[in-house]
Write a protein that binds this ligand. Sequence first.
Ligand SMILES: [Zn+2]
Length: 360
Amino acid sequence: MSFFKRIATPLIQRGIPVIPVNPGEKKCTLEKWQDRAQLGPAMIDFWDEENPAYNVGCVAYTTPGGICILDCDVQRLPQRIEAESGHKFEPTLVVKSAGKGCLHVYYRQTARSIAIGNRKVGDLFDFQCNRKYVVGPGSVLAETGKTYTIFQDYEIADFPDWLGDWIESNSRTAKKSAGCKMSPVRDEFDMDDLMDFYGYDWRQMGTWYNFVSECPVAGYQHKSAKLPGFFFDGEDLGWNCWASGCESNGWSAGRVIKALNEKHGTPYPHLIWPDNTMEIVEAGGIGGNFATEAVSNDVSEGAIGGERGNPGKTKTPVKIRLKPRYQALTATGETISSMDGKTWRDSKGRTICVTQQQKR
Ligand SMILES: [Zn+2]
């Protein structure tokens, strides 16, 4: 049996939806993988034929029978959680990563785990709850030459409530310390892709994605604060420059991205925010007063950007109605001035986003 099939088959037999991951890597470049994880053998055969050297990814979904994974970023995190919570981990499936040798603790979804949702606390853990994956056992990491191995082989246990308490109290603390405006992004948002898009030198330090050679808003490197950057914890996106004189201080990530788009000439081509964070502002643009009406009062029958992905599913047509005195401000800060239900344009006629319906 070839490699991919050999490592993927036992996982689907345990009820873990899988995707192919690039050979020897952690990255999955399968388009719309979030919607394409499989539990059936036919697709495993297909991917195996496509490339038998694929690694495997295990995907968390908040569906009945779905799995979620506590993805530890540090050694001995389970011991720390036990000490802090006063509870012991019961047997469940645990996998040791081929990178830092940290543990992936697998659980079946419960109401509690679903309520928690995805969490990321930089350099400590990720709670992969919905449309997230971890690299699965049997996969090989070329850079270390090591294999993801099953560390504890038990039936996947239900997610324990006490672990939910620990995750919640620990991720809350981390969020407070970010100290900037934040807004939640779409599940398929790819932070590395956004950072790469603009072509600046950058590095990741935990939950901060720093521009290392210049402040992209100011256009030069501040003397006082040399590492402006985006905060991203897997869920929320924020911005901070820290240089006292920088105009970008206090800006939302969306406003910074709008500025970067203008400098770059081409806007970042992927949707970043889900429709529910779209803001309706009074005509007059970004500086205008934010209206207090709920988005749903002004936008009906679907949502900006529509549903992405999930080929094969029927889409609700995207229809937007706006009161004349309102314009819609997209998540990237572009003001929408025209839309035909498929293509949205800003005041200069540039395409802001093309909905799924357009592409199909
Ligand atoms: Zn700055």
